[in-house]
Design a protein around this ligand. Structure first.
Ligand SMILES: [Zn+2]
Length: 267
């Protein structure tokens, strides 16, 4: 199957290729546990993500669409965000402030001025992968745009301690896969950057250089986990349920009562 911007997110493409977001559905990140059965249900089309169109989420999507150059399509798909005159409703105006903040910074704009939405594929660790790069500077670097709550927000987990938003949401994994797929296609190992903008009242921007050691570490995990995902997608394993996600809540069938001590698990 030849990937295009039209079929990139199609079910057929998702079944044929592994993507970073699929990988994260299966394996999870610190911020969102993985769930094999949920990931497969999404791929099979038996579970549609309940896109709670929270205002913050919509703001992020609008900013993404702007930098992708797909704002026209986005407007057609989300008419409820706009007033009759075609301008953004008041509660979404933050999106414009974020975009303006990004574009009045010369370096940020330079990083975002590469080739937009570049699709590449590669065989890696026994899977066919697909990636889509926000801003690709051939021979120079790979840049991904991220909207976030706060650039310097700290996430705490008892087993790992304090994490930044890249670790929390699996962006090291994304950087590792993107860098490797580009390297397989071009022979060049390029640095990976995150161009971040926060959704705060005063949007904060930052260009984040991702340490190679972090990418190497993430790629080792991708290598370890990919064969299991390939086997799951091929139906050679019975998927595990996380019993925490919306899919698991929706599909749970009670068999017998549980002890109260099992309610919060091991803390
Ligand atoms: Zn689940």
């Amino acid at each position: 199957m030849l990937l295009t911007s039209e079929n990139y997110y199609s079910q057929e493409a998702n079944r044929d290729y592994l993507s970073v977001s699929q990988y994260k559905d299966f394996m999870g990140t610190y911020g969102k546990p993985g769930c094999e059965e949920y990931a497969l249900a999404k791929l099979n089309g038996t579970w549609a993500e309940n896109m709670e169109d929270s205002d913050a989420l919509m703001v992020g999507s609008y900013v993404d669409a702007h930098f992708e150059g797909t704002l026209d399509v986005f407007k057609a798909q989300h008419p409820c965000m706009f007033k009759k005159d075609g301008t953004l409703m008041a509660k979404y105006l933050r999106a414009n402030e974020m975009i303006q903040r990004c574009e009045r910074d010369e370096l940020f704009s330079q990083f975002m001025s590469g080739q937009k939405q570049v699709i590449m594929t590669a065989d890696l660790f026994g899977a066919k992968w697909k990636i889509k790069i926000d801003s690709y500077h051939p021979d120079k670097c790979i840049v991904d745009l991220k909207t976030c709550q706060s650039v310097s927000k700290v996430f705490y987990h008892p087993d790992t301690g304090h994490l930044n938003f890249l670790d929390e949401w699996g962006y090291y994994i994304q950087g590792a896969v993107y860098q490797k797929v580009v390297e397989i296609n071009t022979g060049k190992k390029l640095p990976f950057f995150i161009a971040a903008v926060s959704k705060e009242k005063e949007p904060e921007i930052q260009l984040i250089a991702v340490e190679q050691s972090k990418l190497d570490e993430a790629l080792v995990n991708v290598e370890r986990n990919t064969p299991k995902i390939v086997a799951l997608k091929a139906g050679r394993y019975t998927p595990m349920r996380c019993e925490q996600c919306d899919y698991c809540k929706h599909t749970r069938v009670l068999k017998s009562p549980i002890w109260s001590s099992a309610l919060i698990g091991e803390v």
